[in-house]
Design a protein around this ligand. Structure first.
Ligand code: AMP
Ligand code: MG
Length: 325
């Protein structure tokens, strides 16, 4: 009898495949990443994703002295060959079309603000920035002497695009990948319903949700003033810079959430919309309409695009939800 049961079990597993769930956590690209994958080849796919992200860190890290970006920044002013990942993401970044709100050439200013104190005006103004000072032809790059690139606002989005491709190659039916503020919800939950994604409350702690968003097969990417920064003389300085001033953007938003079918683009947008501020961000969305967003305004109002309205539930009554027309 036992043998019969074992045989039946073997038959069932062979017929339907043996779906396993693989959960892992890493610290990569300067952030905590958690991967959860379910499927017959979950372990192999997870390994491939972790390896790919670890490799991308060696390409885009601004601080690792062995990274490709570090080498490019050190050798500004001369012509260099770059990898295809580098060329691809630089090309996308140079043509981001965000009304100047996202700027991949802010590397020098980003570095100054990362030191935990307010930089001197002269030092900040002396930084060489501007997309017109970068030329890229296939895999050959030349930047103006002194210019530093920084992919902090887009590299994790690019990594999540690469991870999505791996999930598809390995035919993984469902997965939830969190790369810091960049989430990718692949497929749906086992019961066939969408994933529930918590949207961070910028006034709360890391585990406090403003609301829950239902998502499937899309990227959910958040930027906010709560993420990184420092305090000096009672003033908080966050990490998202306005390219015009090279200082933390004086935005009337506290958080932006972009829902997109493309991780890199979504990551660029989450940062850019924050810099634009509420009014410009809403106008920008109206002119594009190829992504969805949630804007959390400093006055506690939450603006949401119509495509998300039916699948976002506020967790707290104190906020006012408004649907953008
Ligand atoms: P995110 O968390 O995606 O909004 O990206 C913020 C990070 O991108 C910062 O920590 C900086 O490294 C970099 N950054 C800050 N401001 C900008 C900007 N306006 N354009 C491009 N990158 C930026
Ligand atoms: Mg971003």
């Amino acid at each position: 009898m036992k043998r019969m049961i074992a045989c039946c079990l073997f038959l069932v597993l062979t017929l339907f495949g043996c779906a396993e769930t693989k959960n892992t956590q890493y610290y990569m690209m300067d952030t905590v990443m958690t991967f959860s994958l379910t499927g017959e080849r979950a372990a192999d796919a997870e390994r491939a994703i972790a390896d790919r992200v670890a490799h991308l860190e060696t390409v885009f890290s601004p601080t690792r002295e062995d990274s490709e970006l570090f080498r490019v920044n050190q050798n500004s002013g001369s012509r260099m060959e770059v990898s295809s990942d580098f060329a691809k993401l630089l090309e996308l970044s140079l043509h981001a079309e965000t009304l100047g709100a996202f700027d991949v050439t802010l590397g020098g200013a980003v570095e100054l603000w990362s030191q935990g104190k307010v930089p001197a005006n002269e030092t900040l103004e002396a930084q060489v920035t501007g997309c017109e000072k970068v030329s890229l032809s296939e895999n050959t790059i030349q930047t103006e002497k002194g210019l530093k690139l920084n992919f902090g606002a887009v590299a994790k989005g690019y990594a999540s695009d690469c991870a999505k491709e791996i999930l598809e190659d390995y035919e993984i039916p469902r997965a939830l990948l969190s790369l810091g503020g960049n989430l990718y919800a692949h497929g749906v939950k086992e019961d066939g319903t969408p994933w529930n994604i918590g949207v961070r409350d910028p006034w709360g702690e890391a585990q406090d949700w403003l609301g829950i968003l239902q998502a499937e097969n899309e990227f959910i990417i958040a930027s906010g003033d709560y993420e990184r920064g420092f305090e000096e003389n009672g003033v908080r300085y966050h990490h998202i810079l306005d390219p015009k001033t090279r200082r933390p953007a004086e935005s009337d938003l506290r958080e932006t959430v972009v829902v997109s079918k493309n991780g890199s683009r979504g990551d660029i947008l989450s940062t850019a919309l924050f810099v634009m501020g509420k009014e410009k961000a809403v106008d920008y969305w109206k002119s594009m309409r190829d992504f969805e967003m949630i804007l959390v305004s400093s006055d506690g109002r939450i603006l949401i695009t119509p495509g998300l309205a039916a699948r976002f539930t506020l967790s707290q009554d104190s906020y006012i939800l408004e649907v953008i027309e």
